[in-house]
Design a protein around this ligand. Structure first.
Ligand code: ADP
Length: 257
């Protein structure tokens, strides 16, 4: 059977007014459960812990210290998992929480343990919900302990689980030859087999100050996936039902293969 890693970003899970996007989470739970029933093995990499934590605490901007962000993430992560667990349960789908740190790259025993965990969960028909363990991983800039961001984490999970395909759901419907938010003439790449310097230029630099790594980070993840002989599709996360279209072979977003 085909093994899939699906990555969703905060922008798909938290509305601009900081409300939790329950409709998106419910649609995701429905779609992933359906995929499981169709015979796919499914791993979800979900961001959103800080966004949900902010909502619970009534914060309108991220706290300034790393320690406070870690505390907010800890509050948000358990709530986020609670919502996922409830939504998956509504479709009689068991889910599980897997929190990772860079130990899974640095230490072979840790690596093997997480590989074993994924294998067992998938054998049991469970959908693992993966995130970085923010209480342990420190500074975003400290690459010794952090994965970087969930784009990198999802590519690493794809390789650990030897998944066939990483489906990266974003706030944009694919990778363009220039930023479509600023250049309306930008053209979508539908298939990329090798990431060139010109493409890296088109991805621009890091995204917002605190946000995810933007398109540059997604290209870096795609590079990892290609190096690992797997495939990645970058597509819009607006409607999770797009996953059905992709798996039916419709041309959607940008395929890296
Ligand atoms: P997410 O929150 O879904 O992880 P990001 O905000 O990190 O997504 O990255 C997607 C954003 O990257 C797009 O909304 C767009 O503004 C920006 N971007 C910059 N360059 C490009 C490009 N060449 N093609 C597509 N998007 C780009």
């Amino acid at each position: 059977s085909k093994r899939l890693v699906i990555k969703v970003g905060t922008s798909s899970l938290v509305l601009p007014n900081t409300e939790i996007n329950l409709r998106a989470i419910d649609q995701l739970a429905f779609t992933l459960t359906s995929l499981r029933q169709l015979g796919y093995e499914v791993i979800l990499v979900s961001s959103g812990a800080i966004g949900v934590g902010m909502k619970l605490l009534g914060l309108d901007k991220r706290p300034e210290t790393i320690a406070k962000q870690q505390a907010v993430a800890a509050i948000g992560q358990s709530e986020l998992i609670k919502i996922y667990t409830q939504r998956f349960a509504a479709y009689y789908q068991q889910s599980a929480q897997v929190l990772l740190t860079r130990d899974v790259i640095d230490f072979p025993t840790s690596r093997q343990n997480v590989i074993n965990t994924f294998e067992e969960l998938l054998n049991m028909g469970v959908i693992p919900i993966v995130n970085e363990n923010d209480s342990v991983s420190v500074d975003e800039l400290d690459h010794l302990t952090k994965f970087g961001d969930n784009d990198q984490l999802s590519a690493i999970v794809c390789s650990l689980a030897q998944a066939d395909l990483l489906l990266m759901l974003s706030d944009i419907d694919g990778f363009y030859d220039d930023n479509p938010q600023t250049n309306p003439e930008a053209q979508l790449f539908s298939h990329i087999s090798e990431i060139t310097d010109v493409m890296e230029m088109a991805a621009g630099d890091k995204g917002s100050e605190f946000g995810t790594g933007g398109m540059a980070s997604k290209l870096k993840a795609a590079k990892r996936v290609l190096d690992n002989q797997s495939q990645m599709i970058l597509a819009s996360g607006k409607d999770p039902a797009i996953l059905f279209d992709i798996l039916e072979g419709k041309t959607v977003g940008t395929l890296f293969s």
